[in-house]
Write a protein that binds this ligand. Sequence first.
Ligand SMILES: Cc1cc2nc3c(=O)[nH]c(=O)nc-3n(C[C@H](O)[C@H](O)[C@H](O)COP(=O)(O)OP(=O)(O)OC[C@H]3O[C@@H](n4cnc5c(N)ncnc54)[C@H](O)[C@@H]3O)c2cc1C
Length: 393
Amino acid sequence: MSHKTFNDMLSAIDQIIKNHIIPLEPLLLTHQWNALYPKLDQIREQVKAQGLWAPNLPESVGGMSLSMVQLGQISEATGQSPLGHYCFGCQAPDAGNAELLHLYANDFIKQQFLLPLAKGDLRSCFAMTEPHTAGSNPTLLDTTAELIDDHWVINGRKWFTTAADGARFTIVMAVTDPEAPKHARASMIIVPLDNPGYKNLRNISVMGQEGSGYYSHSEVEFTDCKVPANHLIGERGQGFKMAQQRLGPGRIQHCMRWIGIAKRCFELMCQHVNQRKITPSASLADQAIIQAKIAESFAAMNASRCLVLETAKIIDEQGFAAAKHHISMIKFECANMLQSVMDNTLQTMGALGMTDDTIVSFFYREERAARIYDGPDEVHKISLAKSLLKRHL
Ligand SMILES: Cc1cc2nc3c(=O)[nH]c(=O)nc-3n(C[C@H](O)[C@H](O)[C@H](O)COP(=O)(O)OP(=O)(O)OC[C@H]3O[C@@H](n4cnc5c(N)ncnc54)[C@H](O)[C@@H]3O)c2cc1C
């Protein structure tokens, strides 16, 4: 089905989220994985039939070839449910992996891995962070890949490999050139996960939840894990350069997804305070202290949206390099906005906010990590401040 205008497309997405996806959330909240995944597959088919699949990808691989500004707005709409991005085929880490493979992979990798990934026939993961080295400075990572007899032999341990459970391949970041300058030591290599040298050690319990399948984070190990030399992505030693490329669009998508989450929490907060009586004649909504939370949350959400869309516009018109400051700004600004809006919502809901009877506690538990992954707040603030200070030397 085609959509006459971009706004028609956005409202079609909103309808699917509200009418078909949000009603499935109780299955997620009660961990009924076997019932949930087939239903999500049905919605994915419906999304494809409506021409709304993979908004982040170019048309040449089955996507929609949208601008960053458009992609951002779709990310907000799909972000309203934790099931949204998955149903529209633009979920991290698959989205970033597919974008990366589209830009850098050889023809063999494109055929074997990118095309089925882009169609949603299989899932992938991205293994960079290690438990024993600081992820904030990935030049310290010590997983190795040696080229022996036309094969990469990989050894190392990774963790927080999101969605490794059930994924068919991972992109692993490993040191291939230990003597090179620090930003040219690592490369990205594809490892199919049925490889005997790969082991998923556990789904890590995150604030009490191990999750399952796509909704999980694993600790994984590579022991003399051999893959053919043509599994290298792009050039040898270009791992960090490609990682930056992968994170650029990813941050727009994350930030706008967070605005979608904040919007959903905000709506739940407003509904709750309107109906919750604290005296026979007054509701929570009548209290000035609650009204302040509503006004502040709304202002923060709208300020974040303006900043992200401005960033997306700079990327569309001038490219990623021109948006460097903006990308750092939105990463910490939106993550903190999200935390504050989620916390206001949970607080105004009282004990109900702590339960899994609403989606708020899921968001609160899962999205605390927004201030940590893809670069913690501190790293983005340091990088932005250093660059700004140089202007005033
Ligand atoms: C839910 C979730 C999903 C993730 N998914 C993936 C994934 O799919 N693949 C993957 O490879 N990784 C993933 N990660 C890992 C993530 O990228 C790292 O956690 C992140 O890079 C930070 O690294 P670290 O945890 O080792 O923290 P560290 O580097 O040890 O830093 C710890 C803390 O120190 C502070 N800090 C760091 N540097 C500085 C500094 N220079 N100055 C001052 N303070 C500083 C920050 O507060 C930071 O949070 C995920 C993490 C989470 C929580």
